[in-house]
Design a protein around this ligand. Structure first.
Ligand code: SAM
Length: 405
């Protein structure tokens, strides 16, 4: 962050504005998709319209418009104050360059990594590979709009009552493994825990709640904006309601389940004990935690635990990810992993090394980890209880310590 050129800084602000714009244009995009449904309905023969009307189809479309509006209100609030993240003047400048953005079909096509459910955006530092991305006036890409919709589902995963089942399957065994490694509760406040690729930061929040000094690391503003909103601007339990499942009608068990509201947060984020130490660091994991020339900035042996949940497959070069995790752990520290290997860069122009699970484990041993408690945990990721389709990841769970020297 510290050694950015003027151009890089400008690109970063433009990239950030592009994301804010995507949140702000959600409503127009979503309404336009629903308008297509209404148009199709009107093109049908009269008797078909009548029979569909008797099922309540038209009313349902009207209702979905209303729910889109409700979602938009929450999304607007999430990006209401972007100056928290970027300098006000720079933002104003970027916004002035951002006028002709309203063409719902004029989307530019960035390549996407991973599916929407398991998606990520480029860091503010690594987004310069698409020349059209920064040189053009900002338009909302289909990929970015998909990420806005995914953000809503991510809120369900991390901060709703409905997401608890999914969290219990993955976060809970990770937390249990940490507690088993550090059984003495009195030591927890001295134990520093890092969560790279923290998403909306619920796992980190849980650990801070228990008393660990916890830092979340995340590079996507699609995650940073909502997690800031939830953690710092939301006071009451179930203060907000979103409707994350209305964007596709496919595989809906019922209209009711598709349109169900999900309230969040299921806990009051500000209920952390006063003494708790919980922070979020924005930026690229490799850049922030890789070796530094300045010893003040170097993270070597600074962390008692690193918890990676659905994260290691975001690596372009997994060797470097594991090397960094190994290096930053204290000698008695622990690395706890749970996740699949959906290599995010597999279909991109970036470097991508896609090892199998067996190879990742072999690599970890070569880097200097001793893997223990290895098992498979079956779980969904941002799964929808009301859908006829569900994906199950057979995630790899392990704990790992450094070999004694
Ligand atoms: C699949 S999500 C998992 C989020 C969270 N751990 C969970 O289990 O819900 C992966 C996250 O890692 C973030 N990420 C990917 N590469 C990263 C990097 N190099 N540095 C920091 N965060 C990164 C993405 O933005 C995304 O939020």
């Amino acid at each position: 962050m510290s050694h950015m050129t003027e151009q890089e800084r400008r690109d970063e602000v433009a990239h950030f504005m592009k994301i804010v714009t995507a949140f702000r244009q959600y409503e127009a995009y979503a309404i336009s998709a629903n308008t297509r449904r209404r148009r199709d309905f009107y093109r049908l023969p009269k008797e078909d319209k009548e029979i569909l009307d008797s099922l309540g189809w038209r009313k349902q479309l009207d209702m979905v418009d209303e729910l889109i509006h409700e979602n938009a209100k929450v999304l607007e609030r999430i990006v209401a104050n972007p100056a928290i993240f970027m300098d006000q003047e720079e933002l104003a400048l970027a916004e002035n360059n951002n006028h002709d953005v309203r063409d719902s079909h004029g989307m530019d096509h960035m390549h996407s990594h991973g599916d929407g459910a398991h998606s990520h955006s480029h860091s503010s530092h690594s987004h310069s590979h698409g020349s059209h991305e920064t040189s053009r006036r900002q338009q909302v890409s289909a990929t970015d709009m998909d990420k806005v919709r995914s953000t809503l589902k991510q809120i369900v995963r991390d901060w709703s009552e409905e997401g608890k089942a999914e969290r219990d399957v993955t976060y809970k065994p990770m937390i249990d493994a940490l507690l088993e490694h550090f059984p003495d509760q009195g030591t927890w406040p001295e134990k520093k825990v890092l969560i790279p690729g923290a998403g909306l930061a619920r796992l980190g929040w849980e650990l801070a709640f228990l008393g660990f000094e916890t830092q979340c690391n995340e590079f996507s503003h699609f995650m940073l904006l909502p997690s800031y909103f939830i953690l710092n601007e939301t006071k009451d339990v179930n203060q907000h309601t979103i409707y994350p499942h209305i964007h596709t009608f496919s595989n809906a068990m019922s209209a009711k389940s598709m349109m169900r509201g999900i309230s969040f947060p299921d806990v009051s984020p500000s209920s952390l004990p006063r003494s708790s130490r919980f922070s979020m660091v924005a930026g690229d994991f490799e850049e922030l935690f890789g070796p530094k020339e300045d010893p003040e900035e170097d993270e070597t042996e600074q962390w008692d635990a690193v918890l990676t949940c659905f994260f290691i497959d975001t690596a372009k070069n997994i060797v470097n990810y594991l090397r960094i995790i190994h290096r930053i752990l204290t000698p008695g520290g622990i690395w706890i992993n749970c996740g699949p290997l959906l290599w995010h860069f597999e279909n991109s122009e970036d470097i991508s090394i896609e090892l199998s699970l067996e190879e990742v484990k072999e690599l970890a041993a070569k880097i200097g980890f001793e893997l223990k408690d290895q098992r498979t945990i079956d779980t969904s990721y941002v799964g929808d209880e009301g859908s006829m389709l569900s994906y199950v990841y057979k995630t790899a769970f392990w704990t790992a310590t450094k070999f004694a020297k």
